[in-house]
Write a protein that binds this ligand. Structure first.
Ligand code: 5GP
Ligand code: ZN
Length: 112
């Protein structure tokens, strides 16, 4: 499968890894939009939120179980934002589900 994030998870494309475990891989966004901008992804290929099912949701749960460790490692003591873009209206550009962890500054009240 020609998937950028599957290749990053496999180490075929280099990335700045910040966390990994059996089910989850996290790395710095190449075009950061905040002082801390980490992409947290399940190792399992799920294209987008629309494809979450009872059979694969444990991979998504594992992402959220990793959030406190990633946030602590990044020093996000004052909070952070988690964003998922799904589909064209949200400008999803990589079709492997991923969660943006943004922080390290006061973020905007607006989310669109
Ligand atoms: P999306 O727009 O799909 O929600 O987010 C995709 C994110 O992946 C973007 O923030 C983009 O900067 C990031 N990205 C795209 N290509 C690469 C890459 O090769 N390496 C890394 N680390 N991030 C990437
Ligand atoms: Zn993938």
């Amino acid at each position: 499968m020609d998937c950028l994030f599957c290749k990053i998870i496999a180490g075929e494309i280099p990335s700045a890894k910040v966390f990994e475990n059996e089910k989850v891989f996290a790395f710095r966004d190449i075009n950061p939009q905040a002082p801390v901008h980490v992409l947290i992804v399940p190792r399992a290929h799920i294209a987008c939120a629309d494809e979450i099912t009872a059979s694969n949701s444990e991979a998504v749960a594992a992402v959220f179980e990793a959030v406190p460790a990633v946030a602590a490692a990044e020093g996000l003591k004052n909070g952070y934002r988690i964003v998922n873009n799904c589909g064209a209206d949200a400008c999803q550009s990589v079709k492997h589900i991923h969660f943006h962890l943004l922080g390290g500054k006061q973020l905007s009240e607006k989310m669109d």
